[in-house]
Design a protein around this ligand. Structure first.
Ligand SMILES: *[C@@H]1O[C@H](CO)[C@@H](O)[C@H](O)[C@H]1NC(C)=O
Length: 436
């Protein structure tokens, strides 16, 4: 794709005394973005048919030159704009270009210039410095900060992180306020299995909504990690956080690669605490992601007797109805299920009940996949969701989780279901600490 340079006058000059640049796209900003046709045919950027309406749903933290646009024409397969261009709708000025600057390396595009300063939710700004001898050079926020440009208002504004001007993130999260944000923007992914990246972004990264994670808690634990190589690297629900500087460990039944923090472990309700201790997981990790397709709820109960993660992501069973309050019965060595059948895991309400018993609140449900829980002391007073009605249709049988690929498990009989699931509503079951 070639773009006339004259269209891109945004490469503004930065003289030793004068700083300039352009501001990146902001979350939620309405843009016209370049998108080549799905059939792969050429579409010259000079033609208006190559540009479409969308809204920016992205944030900083990736080491590549990309912006994520939710298209107003609602083609879900086109959620990601790679190496493309976005113009602010209000002013038709560019707010993203693939030649923006990267500080992180691993750029995919030619030249790949991008700066991102990860404490404000914009990407793609460009700064260009002009040396005393008249030559110009792209500069990263870090370089500009180190060269003393933070005293310039423009640089201070475009590079808040490098200039030490990050706004503090929130010390509690308002779940009622978050709900419409999730509904609107939690629709994209770079590394995660489905849209989990965008949930983590809103919950832990985006400066306008996110919960501050203290440095000692920037630690993730992911289990049920399969090393699948996606287009951008590991396909993993914790990869986005890892690229933002979080540390962590990943566990899997079958795979091991200690050099990258992936260990082979079979995790159960009984051993989860000792496994975490053996791997030096902090007592209050930022997030624990549980996806083992079986006794997930019980592992959560075992874990939270000792460890108090700030956020927990836990897979639910999409084959159970929204109204169900069911979990696989894993007490006393109950038989773990498998995803080849529908007999695994727990329903949304069962997970919510376990969460409540252990001092957690439901923040969001990633349709068909995971329930996101936040520790109750981190939820702003009075802001818990009054009920889970927003997720009413998020199961196969309630219509919100269809299977166009025919990959879901085959149905089990009512009798089979009854023999493996425990109904929390009708069987007195204490989920409280120390009571099992
Ligand atoms: C599910 O069961 C738990 C434990 O008995 C109970 O506290 C909770 O209210 C139930 N939830 C629903 C939606 O019935």
């Amino acid at each position: 794709m070639s773009v006339q340079t004259s269209c891109w006058l945004w490469l503004l000059l930065l003289t030793p005394n004068l700083a300039s640049g352009f501001e990146g796209c902001q979350l939620g900003e309405a843009v016209r973005a370049f998108r080549p046709p799905a059939d792969g045919s050429l579409c010259p950027p000079s033609e208006s048919r190559c540009w479409h309406d969308g809204v920016v749903a992205d944030g900083p933290g990736r080491g590549d030159a990309m912006v994520t646009v939710l298209w107003s024409d609602a083609e879900p397969m086109n959620r990601r704009v790679h190496g493309s261009y976005a113009l602010r709708k209000s002013s038709a000025t560019p707010c993203f270009s693939p030649s923006a600057m990267s500080e992180v390396g691993s750029c995919l595009d030619d030249g790949c210039w991008r700066y991102s300063d990860s404490c404000h939710d914009s990407i793609g700004g460009v700064l260009r410095a002009q040396g005393a001898d008249g030559s110009t050079k792209h500069s990263s926020c870090r370089e500009l900060g180190q060269s003393g440009y933070c005293s310039t208002a423009k640089v201070a504004k475009l590079c808040p992180e490098s200039c030490g001007k990050c706004r503090p993130l929130r010390s509690c999260v308002n779940l009622k306020r978050m709900l419409p944000l999730f509904q609107r923007y939690a629709q994209w992914a770079w590394y995660s299995q489905w849209n989990q990246d965008s949930v983590l972004h809103l919950l832990l990264v985006n400066p306008d909504s996110a919960l501050r994670t203290p440095a000692g808690s920037r630690f993730f634990v992911e289990f049920g990690f399969r090393p699948v190589k996606g287009r951008l690297g590991d396909e993993s629900n914790s990869e986005y956080l890892r690229r933002l500087g979080w540390k962590g460990v990943r566990f899997d039944l079958d795979h091991e690669e200690p050099s990258v923090g992936l260990f082979r472990e079979r995790i159960t309700m009984e051993n989860v605490v000792s496994v975490f201790r053996r791997h030096n997981v902090p007592q209050k990790p930022g997030i624990v992601m549980i996806d083992i397709d079986s006794c997930d709820l019980w592992v959560f109960l075992g874990l939270t007797e000792v460890f108090r993660p700030r956020v927990v992501q836990i897979e639910y069973n999409r084959h159970l109805r929204f109204a169900d309050n069911l979990t696989l019965d894993c007490r006393a060595g109950g038989k773990p299920g498998t995803t080849d059948s529908e007999l695994y895991g727990a329903s949304i309400h069962a997970i919510a009940a376990a969460a409540e018993a252990r001092g957690y609140a439901v923040a969001w449900v990633e349709r068909c996949f995971d329930v996101f829980l936040v520790r109750s002391d981190l939820v702003c007073p009075g802001s818990k969701l009054p009920n889970l009605d927003a997720f009413k249709s998020f199961t196969l049988h309630d219509g919100g989780c269809l299977d166009p690929w025919g990959e879901f498990a085959s149905p089990a009989t009512a009798q089979e279901r009854q023999s493996v699931f425990l109904d929390l509503s009708s069987t007195p079951t204490s989920l409280r600490k120390g009571d099992r």
